[in-house]
Design a protein around this ligand. Sequence first.
Ligand code: CO
Length: 282
Amino acid sequence: MDSFRKIKTLLKSKPTLEGAGVRLKRVFGHPELPLLDPFLLMDDFHSDNPDDYMAGFPMHPHRGIETITYVLQGKVQHRDSMGNSGTIESGDLQWMTAGSGIIHEEMPQETASLWGFQLWANIPSKNKMMAPRYQEIKASEIPTVSPKDQVQIKVICGNLNGIQGPIKDIVTDPEYLDISLQAHTRFKHPVKEGHTCFAYVMQGEGYFDAERSQAISPEHLVLFDTGNRIQVTTEESALRFLLISGKPIQEPIAWAGPIVMNTQEELDIAFQEYRSGTFIKA
Ligand code: CO
């Protein structure tokens, strides 16, 4: 039986200062816990003023989470404790599983504009100390599915019409899609029952429930209620949004800065190890 998901909550991104002084917008974070489980935090960085972002995110540790960085415009250089380095730019995505721990920096480069998103996904206790791992994909490696002329979907993670996204083997079984709809379009999409599912509007305007209760504009997040499908429609305006879902973890959360564990003791150990230089396991 089809049951369309209704809108459970609507969130608006708020200006926030992060890293070494980066002005960005926080879509959700600590105050919203555990509303979006398995997701912990999402930032939208979007500016055409390099002063807003050049300070960047100098060397910092992560443990117990995944950070997913999707860059639409501009360039972000990264470097880490495992010896990896590279640049994520226009359409590229990095899915970083911190697991037992990495120390890295993420530094935006000066370009005409910077626009991107960083999402944090939690990892269940039994996998928190897994070996750290990167999946880095170039824009050209992301397949586009077009179920009808008015709909274009970049499949980053998940399986759509038999097309598998390049990001694989993530414990919370996520789906991460970048969806563009033309004006006057109806889009229906199945969502796994029990999974947390949200949409974040990037451009344009659209309706995210079958009743078309209200038009949703950029920098708003729609958290869907229970059900097995969503319906999104556009009227006069085109629409581009991220559609993200994942399996809730439903475990206690102990969170301090860039480290998210299950207990305060695990957090204390992590910071103790960071101070004493034994944080990196792999
Ligand atoms: Co980081």
